[in-house]
Design a protein around this ligand. Structure first.
Ligand code: NAD
Length: 267
């Protein structure tokens, strides 16, 4: 991986510079068991946050926890697996986190599924499934989290959008439709919740090397990568850096922003 860093920074480890960006903060990260979500969890923990990751299955949650505990036994991390498409289960899980830690500073809505199904092969079920997880589940988590954040005097919500929320994509229309909706929620709620000191932003990754991309046809990935001005796909860690910035006090005046991390793919 070739990262472009400013010369003054290249001799110092990036992790060394950002150790305490989230000291004492409590975060929930959905879809935190692998891919971009797992890197967000690692980065938040390495920066002093306590993290509760939400996964879809106990088995994958356990596996992720094992990896994190092996990397640093001092990290304060736990896993839960509420059904994200069930508003009641999500509300209960969010409230449980608050009951335990007595605060909730950061909510990251990262869990998502994609699709590249052409329109004429699409089923209503597939469309519903994408909207349920990528849009409704985001709303279900925001609702209880925002109530807690308002009560405690502020907080920060970060949604995972995509570059296709700006450019669309040539097949699998349900996926960009869901991410356009994520942007809509983000921008509108930033306007509504600013008075409660709740910042809400989204990160819009380009092609990033995770299982989601591994599931796409190789030709599609090649074609997209060839058009990226930086000449390569992104690493999950590079996307997680944007989530770290937005969650930190360095972004204290940033809200309603859709931050692209895509090597200028959509340009
Ligand atoms: P991934 O497939 O590696 O991870 C997806 C995560 O979502 C996993 O943790 C998985 O457990 C979780 N998840 C999936 N279905 C779930 C369900 N029903 N309930 C609960 N959790 C569920 O993918 P990723 O690339 O890390 O994607 C993370 C986010 O980034 C997604 O929102 C995705 O749309 C977005 N994104 C990814 C790319 C990319 O190129 N990888 C580009 C743009 C946006």
């Amino acid at each position: 991986m070739e990262r472009i860093l400013c010369p003054a920074v290249t001799k110092v480890s990036v992790r060394g510079l950002v150790q305490i960006m989230l000291k004492g903060k409590v975060a929930i990260v959905t879809g935190g068991t692998r891919g971009i979500g797992f890197e967000i969890v690692r980065k938040y923990l390495a920066n002093g946050a306590k993290v509760v990751l939400f996964g879809s299955r106990q088995e994958t949650v356990d596996k992720a926890m094992e990896k994190l505990n092996a990397e640093n036994p001092a990290w304060e991390v736990e896993g839960m697996c509420p059904s994200l498409v069930n508003a009641t289960e999500v509300e209960e899980a969010v409230n449980k986190v608050y009951e335990k830690y007595k605060r909730l500073d950061i909510l990251v809505n990262n869990a998502g599924i994609s699709s590249s199904t052409p329109l004429y092969n699409y089923t209503a079920e597939e469309f519903d499934k994408i909207i349920d997880l990528n849009v409704k589940a985001v709303f279900y988590a925001i609702l209880p989290a925002a109530k807690i954040m308002k009560e405690q005097g502020g907080g920060c919500i970060i949604n995972t959008s995509s570059m296709v929320s700006i450019s669309g994509q040539p097949a699998g229309a349900g996926y960009p439709a869901s991410k356009f909706a994520v942007n809509g929620l983000t921008i509108s709620l930033a306007r509504e919740l600013g008075k409660d000191k709740i910042r809400i932003n989204a990160v819009a990754p380009g092609v990033t090397k995770t299982d989601m991309v591994a599931a796409l046809p190789e030709q599609t990935v090649k074609a997209i990568s060839a058009r990226i001005p930086l000449g390569r796909a992104g690493e999950p860690e590079e996307v997680a850096d944007a989530f770290l910035y937005l969650a930190s006090d360095m972004a204290s005046y940033v809200t309603g922003e859709i931050l692209s991390v895509d090597g200028a793919s959509k340009a």
